[in-house]
Write a protein that binds this ligand. Sequence first.
Ligand code: GLY
Length: 399
Amino acid sequence: MNHKFSILLAGAALLSSCSPVQESMDELADRVFSIAAEQIKATDARLGETELPRTTGKDGEAVNSDYRWWCSGFFPGSAWYAYEYTGDANLKDIALKNTLKLAGIPDNVDSHDIGFMIWCSYGNALRLTGDTSLLETIHASADKLCTRYRPGAGIIQSWNARLGKDWICPVIIDNMMNLELLMECSKLFEEPCYAEISVSHADVTMGNHFRKDNSSYHVLDYNPENGEIRHRHTEQGLADESAWARGQAWGLYGYTMMYRECGKDEYLAQAEKIADYIIPRLPEDGVCFWDFNVPEIRLGQYEMVKRDASAAAIVASALTELASYVEDAIKSEGYLAVAEKIVRTLASDEYLAKAGENNGFILKHGVGHYRNDSEVDVPLTYADYYFLEAVIRLKESME
Ligand code: GLY
């Protein structure tokens, strides 16, 4: 064999042993949004006038909700992101039509989740269209959310008293997410009290909800008159002392968002502490187990433990934003690398639906309420919403 030929053969062998070239983030985003656009259009086509998608039931059929379900804003929000990415006017019509299904919220919903519902739907609508006719509902929703503020404790009450529960004023870590509506409305309507309420809630939560290792409890029950804590427990996690994955994700996103909104250094530090709790506990592919303390994880029996694509998507989106605020370049690159790993896994066949499948949802394998055997290993509209947001944010961070 002549020398030149043997070099060629060696080169070919080397090439064939290399893994295929990794898809660029632009290519990944194009692929994800092409599937998302088809799924959103198919979902919209099957919805009745007042219906919004929720999940897949145990019989495999699509389950819908009306606007009063806490997740009602996520489908319109996903449609807004898909419109933003693709510029497809049909998606804009779908986004607006489904946003307006939530118009009854300020009059008919009394829930801390009003922030999720309205800011993901109407908030994105306002951002992308500038249509001032949306402002009335947004303003009334912020007012309604503030009726749940308990000044004696300095927090917004999450849930109402419920039969069989020893609750007076329960506050869940998830509630951090609802502050975005108030912070944005404080600027929009020049109402400082919205921001004051949000900052108070975030400060009190920072002082009470977190353990020494920077993981958070799910539920704290307060005495609303004086802020004393009656008990700390979980509803959706494995145990009172465990770290429910989505709760950690809401905290990470919530403090990152609050830093963006008001620039308070303590919020940035809190977000970093939460990130530093989450990241070393992620599995190799980055997609969280539904609770970080499921015993099988410690035993290495990973296949026994459900993943939660929703928590993963929220973490990816939040880490991408957090990376843009931290000054330490190595830390920032580390956060982005984890976010990218999560997004690439969620964009793989294991998690990302094929167009026409998965009842029109975008991601598979979310966990709603594991201990109640409710919405386990199913699509969830909030997984889809934060995944699309993460893809947009990550792509922009690389431009
Ligand atoms: N906020 C409810 C949940 O995350 O399941």
